[in-house]
Write a protein that binds this ligand. Structure first.
Ligand code: FMN
Length: 195
């Protein structure tokens, strides 16, 4: 915040540390942080409280990926209700946004539509959907009020001027998967802009 960012996204997705607490397949704890949904949600809620105390609720967003399989995590019994509880708390805390990631376009299971809808309705701040969107599907999701904002990953990697291209409905550079996660500047700074 001191160097001018607008906020912090709490990354509770993709099988990283926070989701390892959330996920019953991974969380084997027998203390206050495991064993039931409320306990599995405890860690992230404590972090949210600490973040709010440090920078204020309107500077904190959260990213989640229920049903994600990245880092060998996967859905578990009671997953929907646990995320409903978590998102209700996030809404009570008046977090800036909820960012829901769906991996189904890259072969993961889909976040079931009823769960997406429930989370969308429960959360009172801005709701972001990410995962496999292009200009057209993003516009359609917004028009159907499925989200307030759409996140773009791969299209942005390969198009430094993505916003301008979408505004003018121009053709896109395709991302080169061979340069994902690779060392060096290739695939990071050398995709051409339209001009
Ligand atoms: C090369 C590459 C690296 C990524 N690295 C991460 C990462 O470190 N952590 C993470 O949570 N998501 C990561 N993602 C996922 C993106 O944040 C995004 O959610 C995902 O690509 C889905 O959006 P898209 O379909 O628009 O690309 C990465 C994606 C790509 C393509």
């Amino acid at each position: 915040m001191e160097v001018g960012f607008d906020g912090v996204e709490l990354h509770a997705a993709n099988g990283y540390l926070i989701e390892q607490f959330l996920n019953a397949n991974v969380n084997q704890r027998t203390d206050a942080y495991g064993g039931n949904a409320a306990n599995r949600n405890r860690f992230v809620l404590q972090i949210i409280k600490a973040l709010i105390a440090a920078i204020g609720n309107n500077h904190v967003g959260i990213r989640i990926s229920p049903y994600g399989v990245f880092n060998s995590i996967g859905a578990f019994q009671g997953v929907d209700q646990q995320y409903i509880n978590l998102v209700q708390e996030c809404s009570n805390f008046k977090l800036m946004y909820l960012h829901l990631l769906d991996h189904s376009t890259i072969g993961g299971p889909e976040v079931p539509a009823p769960l997406k809808q429930s989370l969308r309705e429960l959360f009172k701040g801005s709701f972001i959907l990410t995962g496999g969107f292009d200009r057209q599907t993003a516009e359609s999701a917004l028009a159907q009020n499925k989200a307030d904002l759409i996140g773009f990953g791969k299209p942005f990697i390969s198009n430094p001027d993505l916003v301008e291209r979408y505004k003018t409905n121009s053709a896109l550079n395709l991302p080169d998967k061979n340069t994902f996660y690779s060392p060096g500047e290739k695939g990071y700074t050398d995709y051409p802009t339209m001009s």
